[in-house]
Design a binder for this molecule. Structure first.
Ligand SMILES: Cc1ncc(COP(=O)(O)O)c(C=O)c1O
Length: 353
């Protein structure tokens, strides 16, 4: 007899499992998840060591100190910012707050997988707008044309993972003006490598949501901390849909130390930008086409050998991410330090020849 189990919701039955390759990465050069490749500021570790004690761990987290310091750092009022368990939770609570079963949600393709993931869980009617085939540019006109009065949410990664391309603030503003009924989320996970931000426009647009993360530049992906910004009234609603202790106390503490070490952060950004230029030069020498990026990663058009190259790099201890399922022949490589890129490029050259 078949075992009887509870029947999942239709929306969940329709989903394909999503399991990024997160295991067994510890001793490899991690150029596969766009993380900080050298780790967080040593001040973060010191701060945690000084402040952490059994009593603090025994207590449910309190966020007021962290919220105050982070709001000041980001230049917003404390009620214009919500701490979240990574950007992923920001996406989830935004969708839970604004999107019902069957609602119209617009995302771009290819883009960060979790937009589709949470929209699917919610049972949304998802429409995907393709990045332009020409240089994978942001499809602004196509997106504006696709807007409907009943569009409930639009999720944009700026700059976009995995294409590395970005839309200007003027472009974002056109979307905001044309979609007054939609929650427009601008995910700025890679902001620091690009410099374009919509945060300064929160006051002007009641439909704007911006997210930032501590997973990339700040080197704290394992902590799971993100921030969602919007007008206070919006965040009061989103907060109602969020579990009260989803951010753990270590993350809330660590973020304060992370934003204080501005020298460490700006040094890393400068290093990555130099390493990205170095990578471009070598890729051109090798004759491997790539897309110019505004993030700490570059998309390479390897062609038919994409999976072989990914596998042989892994054998050499270098992890990169294949994207052939959405961009034929493409592999995405995280940009780390110049030394790390030299190692990657040397292995790539060896394999390529
Ligand atoms: C565009 C984008 N947003 C968010 C994330 C993940 O952020 P978090 O670790 O804060 O959930 C990623 C990670 O790859 C990303 O590429």
């Amino acid at each position: 007899m078949r075992k009887r189990v509870p029947q999942p919701r239709e929306a969940v039955l329709r989903m394909r499992p999503y399991s990024p390759p997160t295991e067994g990465r510890a001793d490899k050069l991690r150029l596969d998840f766009n993380e900080n490749t050298v780790g967080c500021s040593p001040r973060v570790i010191e701060f945690l060591q000084q402040r952490l004690d059994a009593n603090r761990l025994a207590t449910y987290p309190e966020y007021s100190e962290a919220k105050q310091e982070l709001a000041a750092f980001f230049g917003v009022e404390h009620d214009e910012m919500l701490l979240t368990n990574g950007t992923d939770e920001a996406i989830q609570v935004l969708i839970n707050t604004y999107v019902d079963d069957g609602d119209d949600v617009i995302i771009l393709r290819p883009s960060y997988a979790m937009y589709r993931f949470y929209a699917e869980v919610a049972g949304a009617a998802i429409r995907e707008i393709d990045y332009r085939s020409e240089r994978l540019a942001f499809p602004l006109d196509e997106l504006l044309l696709a807007l409907r009065p009943n569009t409930r949410a639009i999720l944009i990664s700026n700059p976009n993972n995995p294409t590395g391309t970005a839309v200007s603030i003027e472009g974002i503003e056109r979307i905001l003006r044309r979609a007054p009924n939609a929650a427009v989320m601008v995910d700025e996970a890679y902001y620091e490598f690009c410099g374009i931000t919509a945060i300064r426009h929160l006051g002007q647009y009641p439909n704007l949501f911006v997210s930032r993360t501590f997973s990339k530049l700040y080197g704290m992906a394992g902590m799971r901390l993100g921030c969602l910004f919007s007008q206070a009234e919006n965040l009061a609603s989103v907060h109602k849909a969020q579990s009260p202790y989803s951010v753990n106390i270590l993350a809330a503490m660590a973020a304060r130390a992370a934003v204080r070490d501005t020298a460490y952060i700006s040094r890393y950004v400068t290093e990555v930008l130099a390493a990205r230029e170095l990578a471009y030069v070598s890729l051109e020498k090798l004759g491997i086409p790539y897309y110019r990026s505004q993030g700490n990663f570059v998309l390479l058009r390897i062609g038919e050998r994409a999976l072989e190259v990914r596998d042989r790099l892994r054998e050499a201890g270098v992890l990169v991410r294949e994207r052939t399922y959405e961009l034929p022949g493409c592999v995405r490589v995280t940009v780390g330090t110049r030394d790390q890129m030299r190692r990657f490029l040397a292995e790539l050259e060896r394999i390529w020849k």
